[in-house]
Design a protein around this ligand. Structure first.
Ligand SMILES: NCC(=O)N[C@@H](Cc1c[nH]cn1)C(=O)O
Ligand code: ZN
Ligand code: ZN
Length: 478
């Protein structure tokens, strides 16, 4: 069943109003990882709830409990659940998205205020934190709802919504909710398939459907010893310096070619055979794409297949930062008393946090022991999630393929994503249904980075895609 042309026209006609709504959403700095912004994440939950109810969705907030962050006990932002339609003759699709964002400061290198959406008339870019990850896609669903509500048109499928405000910080509390509500009599009872729009095309020209995500395990490694910060002229070469120990440990985790040095981690993953490599070779991707998205000529290899496998089917270990280190301008001659290094490992099947974490912990302890340092090592695992791979021949993917052809007049790439959305696997396992990732944004959107953007055409055509997918779902026999 093709989407009505009236729907497609409506999305074009309302484009400016939809962009204004995106500006309103971006204007709420809903940073889940910053204790000071927790009120804004909750404000964003309320904003989204108001939008949904105004468009005819029956909603409810679900309290997810409390969290300890930066030494404070904070309320977790509520999940926003919704449902619209209960026609037993129609399929029921569960839509997930997240309304929290990554931190962003103008001083990180943004050209404009991250929380004021800038509409660039020349190149059509909508610049602001969350424009692509994940407020734009969430609002794409609202755009679809608005057409049906305003024009009193029935939706082609029943929809259930699950929106959370902690995705960028480990989705605390969500797995329990999903597991509970997937049981008979639960909120998600009757769901036939799941759709998540929260990742990106591989490049800036070819839409894609995504059937895999990497998992994640995130560590904080603290080295402490001195009772307070010290003068390096007085204590240099006199005491064990926490930063020296930490840098040594961090330097033993991964080599400059990306090889993970923790014994057993890379080795868990079987090498790709020629048949699998052919999948990556066929994708519309080039070294120029990765370099243009990265903003520098920094690809690890000149072989496209190697680069794609590094992102899609191999694990990676990234060093993220050091808390407690001197990082201000100037030349302070300090020996920091306590420093915490942060790193994470992206996991691929068959890796799980349960299998990888002990290897990391044992290795860090043995490397630290070799230093004969009198400092203390503390290892914390902050959060984790398993990788996920789906059947891309399922009717859920078929519907999305048809929708992509209809809207973009292109065949979508089939990709595995390098990022992580831990709840995806929980949906797949708890509900026992197929999960599809249907991205709206492009590979160069700069999610998690400075000057994050969503192209106007991706927002508008992407809204058409999401609506058309619902019509194509309705047309396919289960
Ligand atoms: N768009 C999905 C995404 O960005 N997911 C995050 C999840 C995460 C986990 N810990 C912090 N963030 C990702 O980094 O992949
Ligand atoms: Zn996201
Ligand atoms: Zn993200």
């Amino acid at each position: 069943m093709a989407a009505p042309s009236e729907f497609l026209q409506y999305i074009d006609d309302k484009a400016d109003a939809f962009i204004q709504r995106l500006a309103d959403a971006v204007g709420i700095p809903s940073i889940s990882g910053d204790a000071k912004r927790r009120g804004d994440v909750i404000k964003m939950a309320k904003w989204l709830n108001d939008q949904l109810t105004a468009l005819g969705v029956e909603t409810k907030f679900v309290d997810l409990g409390k969290q300890e962050l930066d030494g404070q006990i904070l309320d977790l932002p509520p999940a926003v659940l919704g449902k619209i339609g209960s026609d037993a003759a129609k399929k029921t699709v569960l839509i997930y998205g997240h309304f929290d964002v990554q931190p962003a400061l103008k001083s990180d290198g943004w050209n404009t205020d991250p929380f004021t959406l800038v509409v660039n008339k020349e190149d059509g870019q909508l610049v602001g934190r969350g424009s692509s990850d994940d407020k734009g896609p969430i609002l794409g669903w609202l755009n679809v709802l608005q057409y049906h509500h305003e024009n009193k048109r029935p939706l082609p499928v029943n929809i259930k919504f699950c929106f959370e405000g902690m995705e960028e910080s480990g989705s605390e509390g969500l797995d329990e909710l999903v597991e509970r509500e997937s049981k008979p009599g639960g909120y998600f009872e009757g769901v036939d398939c799941v759709c998540i729009s929260d990742n990106y095309w591989l490049n800036d020209r070819t839409p894609c459907l995504t059937y895999g995500l990497r998992g994640l395990t995130y560590f904080k490694v603290t080295v402490t010893g001195p009772g307070r910060d010290l003068h390096s002229g007085v204590f240099g070469r006199t005491v064990h310096e926490p930063m020296t120990d930490l840098i040594h440990l961090m330097g033993r985790l991964v080599d400059p070619t990306g090889k993970i040095l923790v014994p057993g981690v890379d080795e868990m993953v079987p090498p790709a055979d020629e048949e699998e490599k052919a999948i990556y070779k066929a994708l519309d991707y080039s070294i120029a794409d990765v370099q243009s998205a990265a903003g520098g000529e920094v690809a690890l290899s000149s072989d496209k297949v190697e680069v794609l496998m590094g992102r899609m089917r191999n694990p990676s270990l990234s060093l993220h930062g050091i808390e407690g280190a001197f990082s201000e301008p100037g030349a302070k001659t300090v020996i920091p008393a306590k420093v915490s290094g942060k790193f994470s490992i992206r996991l691929v099947p068959p890796q799980t946090p349960e299998a990888v974490d002990p290897l990391v912990i044992t290795y860090l302890k043995s490397e630290f022991a070799k230093l004969n340092s009198k400092n203390t090592l503390i290892i914390d695992n902050l959060h984790g999630g398993k990788p996920w791979v789906a059947d891309h021949k399922h009717w859920n993917f078929e519907a999305a393929k048809k929708a992509t052809r209809a809207v973009y007049k292109q065949e979508p790439d089939l990709t595995r994503e390098g990022g992580s959305i831990p709840v995806t696997l929980t949906f797949a396992e708890s509900l026992g249904v197929n999960v599809l990732l249907l991205p709206m944004g492009r590979g160069d959107d700069g999610a998690h980075s400075t000057n994050e953007k969503l192209d106007r055409s991706n927002f508008i055509e992407g809204s058409k895609l999401l609506g058309t997918y619902l019509y194509e779902l309705a047309a396919i026999a289960k």
